[in-house]
Design a protein around this ligand. Structure first.
Ligand code: ASP
Length: 666
């Protein structure tokens, strides 16, 4: 675990210790056992523990990371897991807060104690009572926050003996992720996972505090058994006992939060579980958590300011501070400069339009592209790229362009002596070369990557290659992006509709069908809906989308028009919402923050799985319990559902049944 993480845990604990008296105390609490006015029926219970803090109501007096030289002389009781044993003399006890060295004294009376510990497997759980002593001079451990002291054991009790575990609970032990997920309860013992989950809890607490106590929001739980929503992500189905009828797990509480606005709950929030059956997508989870927010009588700027304040409120002190307001960039600007709608603005390598270089030269294929409607040639410049990007790297970039975008890119290596290495070098006159260098501001030592084709294809490709280049450079040790820097920004003015991937002549919502049109583009809604911008906005940090929201349509006739005439959806599926919008719906808007993604960025985790206690594997499996599981025909009968087995799978069902738990599919 990083020092920062330990520091955080120690500070949290110190804070808790300050609140508590730090000592065992006896409390008398009365618990009425039966409803009666007679005192004889009232039992009293004495409890060990302090009034507050990390050891209140517990059989321990302190946590394992808490003791310092100020505790010397105190008799304490610690509970924890055996992390190490050394020389038959020392046992290191661990809990979430840290480690404490327990000394087994060398006197006769403690022979039993020594035997207990020596035979005890690591990761067994013990309770130790003893006196805090200062470690002998020279034996202090400066790396350990408790390193000045040790606890001289007087009694010890084995609370649970551990069997041999599939992996060691040591920060330096590398484990395959599938194994970590199969034994998640062990993986969560690691200091990093403890840190991640505890930070998550603190941040959620601050979110609730900010929204409820400071801004008057109401936390409302909404159903997770719901019905299909037209458009948007694929939903999970839940069979019901009525033939042919299914619930859906909501992809978000979108409809409910809008209905709550109609209901007069004018400021709603929920830490909401959402479900999307999106198959195997990297770093997505079939169930995930959103901080879901909706407000009445608000505009985009109001929602954005609320979120900026919220993020500042929960932003961990240990991280570099963030300043507000966050910059705002239009979708068009993001796409034209960075090639993506979630730009990582921590580095340059921006897209440059170089079409004019090729409009009148002899390189036929490039000239033709430039003259085709919507055609262009663009480039990105990798400063100092020749020093770091080897031929094999440049080939990998070309390969990526071919495989994922079916496009060919041209690479220009600008050698230190000013000469060019490129397949297009000999095709370009000197004047064109100079023009290209001038437009891209390229210098000897740089690498240029050129792509040509339709504007949106070129942008997507170069947007991807830009990120790939920076990854290659960083893999070679260059620091291009500062990991401790957090660049939040708003992306606004998205298109309201996009052509459907399979049928480009038809339109689908760019986000969801409840998003309102940009007021300036309302006249286009009837005749040229594809040109309409929306009142949707995304929150982006360091190239990741961590939130999205919008001002909603609050007029039933506009909503009906969008559903029926533009999206060609069956509006009867949303008759409840349409009716509600016709019943005095206030203007409203909201946002949802992706809590898992935001947290993974804050803790620097490479996957959102690292901030979720029990995540699913890449294929949506719970590798610990084996979910999803097979259901027998008998159990399916009440739901009027029968499984039609694909031929191959049907044959193999029995085998699958046996091996499902060991599916290595993370
Ligand atoms: N419900 C939307 C989503 O899940 C966010 C929003 O528009 O508030 O993406």
């Amino acid at each position: 675990m990083s020092l920062k993480a330990w520091d955080f845990i120690q500070k949290t604990l110190y804070h808790a210790a300050l609140q508590a008296s730090g000592k065992l105390c006896l409390r008398r609490t009365h618990i009425p056992m039966i409803r009666s006015t007679s005192w004889t029926s009232v039992q009293f219970r004495s409890t060990h523990g302090t009034n507050s803090g990390s050891s209140s109501f517990s059989i321990r007096s302190h946590t394992c990371g808490e003791l310092r030289s100020t505790h010397v002389g105190e008799v304490v009781t610690l509970c924890g897991w055996v992390q190490y044993q050394r020389h038959g003399m020392f046992v290191i006890l661990r809990d979430y807060s840290g480690l404490t060295q327990v000394l087994i004294p060398e006197d006769e009376s403690r022979i039993k104690l020594k035997k207990t510990f020596c035979e005890l497997p690591l990761e067994s759980v013990v309770k130790v009572k003893g006196k805090v002593k200062r470690r002998p001079a020279g034996q202090e451990n400066k790396e350990m926050p408790t390193g000045e002291i040790e606890v001289c054991a007087e009694t010890a009790e084995v609370l649970n003996k551990s069997k041999k575990l599939p992996f060691e609970i040591k920060d330096f032990t590398k484990k395959a992720e599938s194994l970590r997920m199969q034994y998640r309860y062990l993986d969560l013992r690691s200091s990093q996972m403890q840190y991640n989950l505890r930070l998550r809890s603190q941040i959620v607490m601050k979110i609730r505090e900010y929204l409820t106590n400071i801004h008057g929001f109401v936390d409302v739980e909404t159903p997770t058994l719901f019905k299909r929503t037209p458009g948007g992500a694929k939903e999970f189905l839940v069979p019901s006992r009525e033939p042919g009828r299914f619930y859906c797990l909501p992809q978000s509480p979108q409809q409910f939060k809008q209905l709550l606005m109609v209901a007069g709950i004018d400021r709603y929030f929920q830490v909401a579980r959402c479900y999307r059956d999106e198959g195997s997508k990297p770093d997505r989870q079939p169930e995930f958590t959103q901080v879901d927010i909706e407000m009445s009588f608000v505009n985009q700027a109001g929602i954005q300011a609320l979120i900026e304040g919220l993020i500042q409120h929960f932003w961990p002190n240990e991280l570099r501070s963030i300043s507000t307001p966050f910059p705002i960039m239009t979708y068009e600007e993001a796409m034209s400069v960075f090639g993506v709608d979630k730009p990582d603005v921590r580095f340059g390598m921006q897209l440059v339009n170089i079409s004019e270089v090729f409009s009148s030269i002899e390189v036929e294929f490039l000239r033709d592209i430039v003259h085709r409607p919507g055609g262009c040639v663009q480039a990105i410049r990798v400063p100092g790229g020749t020093r770091h990007l080897k031929n094999k790297d440049l080939e990998s970039l070309k390969h990526l362009a071919k495989i994922h975008f079916n496009q060919t890119v041209n690479v220009v290596v600008l050698k230190d002596d000013g000469t060019w290495r490129s397949s297009i070098a000999k095709l370009l006159p000197d004047s064109a070369k100079q023009h290209l260098l001038q437009l891209t501001a390229a210098k000897p030592g740089d690498v240029l990557i050129l792509a040509s084709g339709l504007l949106q294809d070129v942008r997507s490709l170069l947007g991807k290659l830009r990120l790939q280049c920076v990854q290659l450079l960083e893999d070679k040790g260059m620091i291009v992006r500062d990991p401790s820097d957090f660049h939040f920004l708003w992306v606004v003015d998205f298109p309201l509709f996009l052509p459907k991937k399979e049928y480009p002549a038809e339109l689908e919502s760019a986000h969801h069908p409840f998003t309102a049109a940009h007021p300036e583009d309302l006249p286009l809604l009837l005749k040229e809906p594809h040109k309409v911008r929306s009142q949707h906005f995304d929150l982006v940090v360091n190239g990741c989308e961590v939130g999205g929201g919008s001002i909603r349509i609050h007029d039933a006739s506009v909503q009906k028009f969008v559903l029926e005439k533009i999206l060609k959806e069956d509006s009867s599926l949303l008759s409840h919402l349409l009716e509600a919008l016709d019943s005095g719906a206030p203007p409203h808007g909201g946002i949802a923050l992706g809590l898992d993604r935001l947290l993974s960025i804050i803790v620097g985790a490479s996957s959102i799985r690292d901030v979720i206690a029990f995540p699913k594997s890449f294929r949506g499996h719970d590798l610990m319990s084996g979910a999803p599981d097979f259901i027998s025909e008998d159990e399916l009968r009440p739901y009027h559902v029968c499984v039609k087995w694909p031929v191959q799978e049907g044959k193999e069902k029995q085998e699958l049944d046996l091996t499902k738990n060991s599916a290595l599919d993370s």
